[in-house]
Design a protein around this ligand. Structure first.
Ligand code: CUA
Length: 434
């Protein structure tokens, strides 16, 4: 009996090819595959990311063509020369030992395929390496510094008298439509800077200056991520990039260069305002970090974050500012114009104007900030705020937990106690720093 499975095999191949083409060309991709998420490299929003995606597609098309040709020839040979009858007296088919023409042809075809991939790849490497010569005059420059586990951003073009360059943490605000040259540095281990929709990844290597550039076509809100394993909280070492139009960007820079906002403490006897209450039950380590509403329109949320909260409590803010000093927060965090002067942790001068906290991980709500202050290790395991500085040494630490130099273990005792009421005051103070 002769099985007739050639037509159905053809049909299957044709269907699979159509599906592959539909997915690859993006016609179906957004509904079939989750390729339009916040960290999708398929949803390009700038020339560097586009150049990188183009190289990906060239490679995919060339290898797809090779796959179709090889699989086609294989399928053809398999069906054409299959055993059709079981006859023990059938003579042996003629045996071949190589065909110089076919072999040379295959070598030439392989070299041809490599050249087709190599030319656009090399062109993309030159293009993405640095801002193109003709756009260099228009480029904006920032420094990005990786630390375990957060990002520090410096603006060398925005000098503040007596304080050096403007510094922010975990949220990089850039001008849209302009190339941004980023100097990449690290103070500890290797990190990697990546904004999937705009460009990357380029490593931040100790004792070595690296750089990259990117550009956002339009104003927008983008996700970034450290892309090199750098310790236990690598996966939650994130950041955000906010691209603003020229005027908005200039206004943002001016506002950020100002010292921290001060809220006058109310005169004694003034009735205390009631501030928004929030849930303070302890959350699981991977509890969701942002609301659907924030995710739907992060730019609108970012804009709202630039203005003081409506339910501010001036008395609580004043108490929070005192506690920020008493609880030694000032030794690690700078608040320009207030008491904070540390450089170990992120600069908090305008903390309240950032949409996220804990390195882009949590939406900057009062509830999340409370959780971060009271149980930082639930959010970002191993962070220095919790463990202190100089872990595994005999140095007395400034972190929350006490380290026993004798037994080389954590005692479970806290160096710094922060109760819920104190945390509320700290939250209120930090949120007032617009
Ligand atoms: Cu920093 Cu991974």
């Amino acid at each position: 009996m002769r099985l007739r499975f050639v037509p159905s095999a053809r049909r299957i191949t044709a269907s699979l090819s159509l599906l592959a083409i539909a997915v690859l060309t993006g016609g179906w991709s957004n509904s079939v595959l989750p390729v339009s998420g916040p960290q999708s490299t398929f949803d390009t929003q700038g020339p560097v990311a586009r150049a990188q995606l183009d190289v990906f597609y060239v490679t995919v098309w060339v290898t797809l063509a090779i796959f179709v040709i090889v699989a086609g020839v294989l399928a053809y040979a398999t069906f054409k020369f299959r055993v059709k009858d079981i006859d023990p007296n059938r003579p042996m088919p003629p045996q071949g030992h190589g065909n110089p023409l076919v072999e040379l042809g295959l070598i030439a075809a392989s070299i041809g395929a490599l050249v087709i991939i190599a030319v656009p790849t090399l062109r993309a490497i030159w293009y993405t390496y640095d801002v193109p010569e003709e756009h260099r005059a228009n480029a904006y420059e920032v420094n990005a510094i990786g630390l375990q586990w957060w990002f520090k951003f410096e603006y060398p073009l925005e000098q503040i008298e007596g304080a050096g360059p403007l510094v922010t943490g975990n949220e990089l605000v850039i001008p849209a439509g302009r190339p941004v040259r980023i100097n990449l540095r690290t103070t500890d281990v290797i990190h990697s800077f990546w904004v999937p929709k705009l460009g990357g990844k380029v490593d931040m290597i100790p004792n070595r200056g690296n750089h990259m550039w990117l550009q956002a076509d339009n104003p927008g809100y983008f996700w970034g991520q450290c892309a090199e394993f750098c310790g236990e909280s690598h996966a939650v070492m994130r950041f955000r990039v906010i691209a603003l139009g020229a005027e908005d960007f200039a206004a943002w820079v001016e506002a950020q260069k100002q010292p921290a906002r001060s809220v006058e403490a109310p005169a004694p006897g003034t009735p205390v305002a009631t501030f928004a209450s929030y849930d303070m039950t302890r959350k699981k380590r991977n509890a969701p970090g942002y609301s659907a509403e924030f995710d739907r329109d992060p730019m609108a949320a970012w804009t709202a974050f630039q203005f003081p909260d409506k339910d501010e409590d001036a008395a609580l803010i004043a108490r929070g500012r005192e506690l920020f000093r008493e609880k030694a927060c000032v030794t690690c965090h700078a608040v320009r114009g207030h008491e904070g002067m540390g450089v170990t942790g992120p600069d908090l001068t305008h903390f309240g104007s950032r949409t996220t906290l804990a390195a882009g991980l949590l939406e900057n709500t009062k509830e999340h900030l409370h959780r971060w202050i009271v149980h930082p290790n639930d959010v970002k395991p191993g962070n220095k705020m919790w463990m202190g500085i100089g872990t595994h040494t005999n140095v007395t630490m400034t972190g929350y937990l006490a380290w026993d130099g004798e037994t080389k273990s954590y005692t479970g005792k806290r160096h710094i106690e922060v109760n819920d009421e104190e945390a509320r005051a700290l939250v209120e103070y930090l949120h007032s720093l617009k």
